[in-house]
Write a protein that binds this ligand. Structure first.
Ligand code: ADP
Length: 453
């Protein structure tokens, strides 16, 4: 545009089919006046014929004149021998144009008419006011613009080629990625099928093992109670060992059953209102024999402002049992294990404050190494996974704890602390189940679940 204004002439770039790509009109008063005349439009500006006609173009500037005498210069735009389009410079007033060509008056048709004479007089004045651009200067200008355009076309074409190569490379990479994605999706599907198979296998096997085991435990208890006659001291010890091991086996089988139920999504929450100190007492009573065996002092305490909560009582009990049982297991003889419950306002990710209870199970045992504190909640993970490990277990207890707590809309984690100085497991449970937890529950009910509360 600056170029065009500076040289007082228009510039246009057309493609090989005559399509105008760039058009910066000169806006001369003379052109405006002629085109505003009733027959002016029909006269046609030379520019229109340069656009539409198969006008001869060449590597040196060609000229075309308008009926009013103004002139255009025309130049081919070529790249590697191929004609890409043309460049048009004009209209400009060449040096020898001082009076309007006779052809213009003829074309207007009614020369001699008073109004046409006046019109031609104004057009003549417009022409005289227009600054002259010498032809050789006009040709230099169009040659210079043509040169600049060639450089632009050349660079543009090189960029185009590079980007085509890039696009092809990216397309290849995309295709490869899509194929890998498809294979990955197939594998995920297969793994899911295998996982389901594993869960149902575990569920079936555990169920089948549990039935005979209940008989083993039941008959051992009957023998110990003397229902089949008195036992000698030695027989009594043997049967007691059978009972203990049977109980242990039953706990493992129950854990496996719980996990397979969790994985198949069959776990439902049975909400009821209950008192936390009551629950703590029951858990302490149940775990006391295990604690006494290792001379561990097991204590509990609930702050006076801890309210009754609405939750699944059996699952909350199971959470505490699993945590306390671990605490006893991983605490050396003579240590202490305590359950402490306080009321807490928990602010969730969305900034909403939710009244909750915080239950802490604190022990003086071996502690959980820093780098295992997240992993221990994964199923089957044990800090010491070797076959020579001192402490028994399946590695399922904490994954069950995590699932039960999160199903209530709560959280569980191990508190940061020095290793070897015991561990602190923290469970936060909402006092009332959040709306999304209730919604899940009512969906289960609609499917014919066995929910109460
Ligand atoms: P299990 O106790 O049957 O091995 P869990 O899922 O209950 O399985 O625990 C996983 C692992 O977390 C345990 O093997 C142990 O390494 C670690 N752990 C759990 N509780 C404690 C604790 N109170 N102190 C130290 N380590 C613990």
């Amino acid at each position: 545009m600056t170029f065009s204004r500076f040289h007082r002439a228009g510039i246009a770039v057309l493609d090989s089919r005559g399509q105008v790509l760039v058009d910066i009109p000169a806006e001369h008063a003379i052109c405006r006046r002629i085109s505003a005349h009733p027959r002016g439009g029909a006269l046609g500006c030379a520019f229109d014929s340069l656009v539409s006609a198969e006008h001869q173009i060449d590597d040196v500037p060609q000229q075309a004149n308008c009926l009013c005498g103004l002139r255009y210069e025309l130049l081919a735009i070529r790249h590697q021998g191929e004609t890409l389009g043309r460049l048009v410079f004009g209209p400009y007033r060449p040096e020898n144009l001082t009076t309007l060509p006779r052809g213009l008056a003829r074309a207007l048709g009614e020369a001699g008419d008073v109004s046409d004479n006046a019109f031609l007089g104004s057009v003549q004045t417009d022409l005289e006011r227009l600054e002259v651009v010498p032809t050789d200067q006009a040709q230099q200008i169009i040659t210079a613009i043509g040169g600049v355009l060639s450089v632009i076309v050349h660079t543009g074409y090189a960029r185009h080629l590079t980007s085509q190569i890039h696009i092809a490379a990216i397309q290849d990479a995309y295709n490869e990625l899509s194929e890998k994605n498809r294979r990955l999706a197939d594998s995920v599907e297969k793994l899911k099928d295998l996982d389901k198979l594993k869960s149902s296998f575990l569920a079936t096997i555990s169920h089948e093992l549990r039935t005979p085991l209940t008989s083993v435990i039941g008959y051992s208890e009957m023998l110990l109670e003397g229902l089949a006659g008195d036992l000698s001291k030695e027989q009594n010890d043997y049967v007691r060992t059978i009972l203990e091991k049977g109980d242990h086996l039953l706990r493992i089988i129950n854990e496996i059953l719980d996990v397979s139920r969790i994985e198949s999504g069959a776990v439902q929450l049975n909400f009821e209102t209950f008192d936390i100190p009551d629950l703590l007492r029951q858990v302490a009573d149940a775990m006391m024999p295990q604690a006494q065996q290792k001379e561990i002092s097991l204590t509990y305490d609930a702050a006076s402002n801890v309210p009754v909560i609405v939750a699944d009582r059996a699952k909350t009990r199971q959470v505490l049992i699993n945590l306390v049982s671990n605490a006893i297991k991983f605490t050396p003889t003579g240590g202490t294990v305590s359950m402490l419950v306080t009321r807490k306002e928990v602010v969730d990710g969305g900034g909403v404050s939710r009244p909750s209870v915080e239950m802490r199970v604190v022990d003086t045992g071996i502690g959980v190494p820093q780098d295992s504190r997240d992993k221990i909640f994964e199923a089957f993970f044990q800090v010491d996974g070797s076959s020579t490990r001192v402490h028994g277990g399946t590695g399922l207890g904490l994954s069950i704890v995590k699932h039960f707590v999160e199903a209530h809309g709560g959280h569980v984690w191990v508190e940061d602390g020095e290793e070897q100085q015991g561990s602190v497991f923290v469970v936060q449970l909402p006092i009332n189940p959040p709306a999304d937890v209730r919604a899940k529950r009512s969906r289960s009910s609609a499917l014919g679940g066995t929910l109460v509360g």
